[in-house]
Design a protein around this ligand. Structure first.
Ligand code: GAL
Length: 818
């Protein structure tokens, strides 16, 4: 028996040993089981999609050459009330990590628990702010206690599920804090103590995998400090034993209400990535691989839009964003194929002047080379190892054998997909939706009835704990007939810290205003006429996402905090109402009664005279899911501002009346250092018109959409659509392969253009050049029409002889319809 137990322990102990992975690092790379690794990671934030979407998103990342998925942990998502936790459904982070594991990928867990991430309050639960004596992100016992409690909880959960690499799980790196180095100066000596405390906390959690701290130039050992930005090739960690890690490669940017859509071209992302690996980088993580959607009230900001598309490799809905996905996929597989030489080889760099540089990695058996031209506008031709190479400006060529160029970051052979929205309506579904409506009952607020009072103007998140966007501030002013204000036109002046304000006076809406131009604090004045006796002043203050970034961002006030609120009469006679008796009410009555959950029709709704442009109105309709499996959006053009729910799921704030500027969308050049305003689209259009409705929220029939229209709008144009590929284009060099594919089971119906020679123009404007192979169109039509995907070798033997002379490097340009 004794020997049985002994062998059992031996075998079991051995099994758990073999399944454990040892993650370590040296100055060159992270090592996994002793081997230096090149890792290519991508961020997918689990709350920005649904649990049903995770496997598909992760698989598409894997197909795109990603080996590691990174996410933050979102504290306020899991601990909405102190010590009340929620890890169910889309909040099931353990399921998310297991999905990564099932796909055979690694994970990077950025616990924070401060995240930033354009997430409400940076991921901090707002209740933290109300704990007496607390100061966030500094050496403060109350904060440290909360942070330690949550961080330990997360570490214990992943340990229990055996998700750490040291337990055989997928998590290879974990992060504490986030970019504290950028703001630490503002916290003085206490900030330095806090930094060391974070390190001690991390060390005490015994995860047996390395910890990282991004943007922390002074990270104490054993923390690895890492780089975030558009380019990190020039980054050097603060310790010779730390490898060069790029935690956030911003491959686009987020969108704000009132702004255009930022994009970053595939050529520039590829350039940045290739330069990073050329210059000794070994791990980089795309921020974001899939940006997704800020559902509910989760956006930070203020004023971050509901879409968090980020121009990621997968669009907001999970479709491949082409050519970015494919162009970078090719790069990933090439970089991975050079893993050994890049992590063990000797590095030699040669400078050719004018921004041109060659790097050779050499081991005993192998050499691989990068040739880069970081000049922004001048192409180069260089002689390298007795061979001539052409290097377009702002590009990197990769030569895995130091002879043949297999990839140049500026030459895109992957298809471009132009996405379209299609109606795809279910049978018998009427063209127009049928609406019912009910008013938000604001009569109590107009009469000054609330739930608590104060003789001051309260800060909004203290008063609401951010339970709602809305806070009512109500007071009354008694005017006698002798009062100089009696029966006079006076000005009501409200100073607010933001973000929006509706003013009601004696039961009437007399004005409303939202902050614009990135300035959230504003003064709003309306003329009113005081009657005798009681005058009711009701101010509805609205927030649009709490600040998530910057030193002491958590202290940034919102609402009419402190005011002042004044009445100003002729001759500047002023009555200051700031210390009046103010009555408060948090949120709307309809939020309390959860009108948005009334899909079984318990409440009374009106079906006649659907009001248009009526503020504070609830609208409801039912609909069938659009056919097929492709992602669904709802077009909310016509509405003003508010929030939307589908079958009780909050799909986010909407604001289609907030337009983006009409200028600034010029043709974009990828060459030269990127910034979010370089490649923008959507000028002069609503910031966001379409809102994602995840398929998993829908049933086939009988779905309910409920809108809370705050500003006033017209729901009659609302409709549901699917998002799919409309047109596909490609521009492929001779010697490569044309690959086209549609999605959602659709086939290529028509090849509108194909020319093999020196065609000109871009997708949507292709035209023939000076020469071509006459049969190319026929060949492409034959291979592609009627197929969901097709591929054609770009060669004369396939496409027929051309009349181009030999100095022309030929390309095949194609445009087709899915
Ligand atoms: C970084 C931050 C991320 C995200 C990003 C911008 O500074 O670490 O969480 O906010 O900026 O998208």
């Amino acid at each position: 028996m004794g020997s049985f137990i002994f062998s059992f322990i031996l075998v079991f102990g051995f099994l758990s040993l073999v399944s454990a992975t040892i993650v370590n690092h040296d100055g060159r790379a992270v090592t996994i089981d002793g081997q230096r690794r090149i890792l290519i990671a991508g961020a997918i934030h689990y709350p920005r999609s649904t649990a049903e979407m995770w496997p598909d998103l992760i698989q598409k990342a894997k197909d795109g050459g990603i080996d590691t998925i990174e996410t933050y942990v979102f504290w306020n998502f899991h601990e909405p009330q102190r010590r009340e936790y929620d890890f169910n459904g889309d909040k099931d982070i353990i399921r998310f990590l297991k999905t990564i594991q099932d796909a055979g990928l690694y994970a990077i867990l950025r616990i924070g628990p401060y995240a930033c991430a354009e997430w409400n309050y940076g991921g901090f639960p707002v209740w933290l702010h109300s704990l007496p004596g607390i100061e966030l992100r500094t050496d403060n016992e109350i904060f440290k206690n909360e942070m330690q409690n949550f961080t330990t909880l997360i570490v214990n959960m992943v340990k229990e599920a055996k998700l750490l690499a040291s337990q055989g799980g997928p998590i290879i790196l974990t992060q504490i804090e986030n970019e504290y180095g950028n703001v630490m100066w503002a916290y003085g000596a206490k900030g330095k103590n806090y930094l060391q405390w974070c390190v001690n906390l991390a060390n005490s959690l015994n995860v047996d995998i390395p910890w990282i701290m991004c943007q922390q130039g002074n990270a104490p050992q054993p923390m690895i400090n890492t780089c975030n930005g558009y380019y990190c090739d020039a980054f050097t960690p603060n310790n010779p034993s730390s490898p060069k890690i790029w935690t956030e490669n911003w491959i686009g940017w987020f969108k704000s209400w009132g702004e255009r859509d930022p994009h970053r071209r595939a050529e520039d992302v590829a350039f940045a990535v290739a330069r990073f690996y050329q210059r000794g980088g070994t791990i980089q993580n795309y921020y974001m691989y899939h940006g997704g959607t800020n559902f509910g009230r989760t956006t930070g900001g203020p004023y971050i839009a509901t879409s968090y598309d980020y121009d990621g490799f997968l669009d907001e809905y999970g479709n491949l964003n082409q050519p970015k996905w494919g162009h970078l996929k090719n790069l990933h597989f090439i970089i991975k194929s050079m893993e050994t030489v890049l992590t063990y080889g000797n590095i030699e760099t040669m400078n050719f002047g004018n921004g041109v540089e060659a790097t050779m990695y050499t081991t005993n058996d192998n050499s691989s080379c990068f040739l880069s031209n970081y000049n922004q506008s001048v192409d180069a031709t260089i002689t390298f190892q007795e061979k001539k190479y052409f290097l377009p400006a702002w590009s990197v060529s990769i030569l895995p054998d130091c002879d043949q160029v297999v990839y140049n970051t500026a030459i895109v052979n992957t298809q471009t997909s132009v996405m379209v929205k299609k109606s795809n309506m279910a049978e018998n579904e009427p063209e127009k939706l049928n609406w019912v409506w009910r008013p938000e009952d604001i009569n109590d607020s107009l009469k000054g009835k609330g739930s608590f009072t104060a003789n001051s103007l309260l800060e909004q998140k203290i008063a609401t704990s951010d339970a709602s966007d809305y806070l009512w501030y109500m007071t009354s002013v008694n005017i006698s007939k002798n009062d100089p204000f009696f029966n006079k036109q006076v000005t009501l002046r409200v100073n607010t810290m933001g973000h929006g304000l509706y003013i009601y006076f004696n039961g009437e809406l007399v004005g409303s205003k939202y902050a614009t131009g990135g300035k959230y604090k504003f003064v709003f004045e309306v003329p009113i006429k005081m009657k005798s006796k009681t005058n009711y002043i009701t101010l509805l203050s609205v927030t649009v996402g709490l600040k998530n970034y910057g030193p002491h961002f958590d202290l940034e006030p919102v609402g009419i905090a402190g005011g002042p609120v004044q009445l100003i009469g002729s001759g500047n006679i002023t009555k200051d109402l700031s210390n009046n008796a103010w009555t408060y009410k948090v949120g709307l009555n309809g939020e309390d009664t959860q009108i948005y959950n009334d899909f079984s029709h318990q409440l009374e709704w009106h079906s006649d005279d659907i009001p248009i442009k009526r503020p504070m109105t609830w609208y409801k309709t039912t609909f069938k899911a659009p056919l097929g499996l492709e992602p669904v959006v709802v077009d909310l053009q016509g509405l003003g501002k508010g929030q939307a729910w589908v079958n009780g799921h909050h799909i986010g704030r909407y604001w289609p009346t907030f337009m983006s500027p009409s200028y600034g969308c010029e043709e974009c050049d990828y060459r030269g250092a990127y910034g979010p305003s370089r490649c923008e689209t959507n000028c002069g259009e609503p910031t966001q018109r379409w809102y994602h409705v995840p398929r998993s929220y829908l049933q086939t029939d009988n779905n309910t959409l409920i809108l809370l229209e705050e500003a006033g709008g017209n729901p009659t144009m609302v409709n549901f659509q699917t998002v799919t590929i409309g047109t596909v284009c490609a521009n492929v060099n001779e010697g490569k392969t044309l690959e086209l594919s549609c999605q959602g089971g659709r086939a290529i119906s028509e090849v509108q253009f194909a020319s093999f020679g020196d065609p000109e123009g871009t997708c949507g404007s292709f035209r023939k050049g000076t020469c071509e192979a006459v049969d190319a169109l026929l060949v492409v039509q034959k291979a592609c029409v009627g197929q969901a995907s097709c591929s054609v070798d770009v060669s004369e033997s396939m496409l027929g002889p051309s009349n181009c002379d030999s100095s022309i490097s030929k390309r095949l340009a194609v445009q087709a319809i899915c």
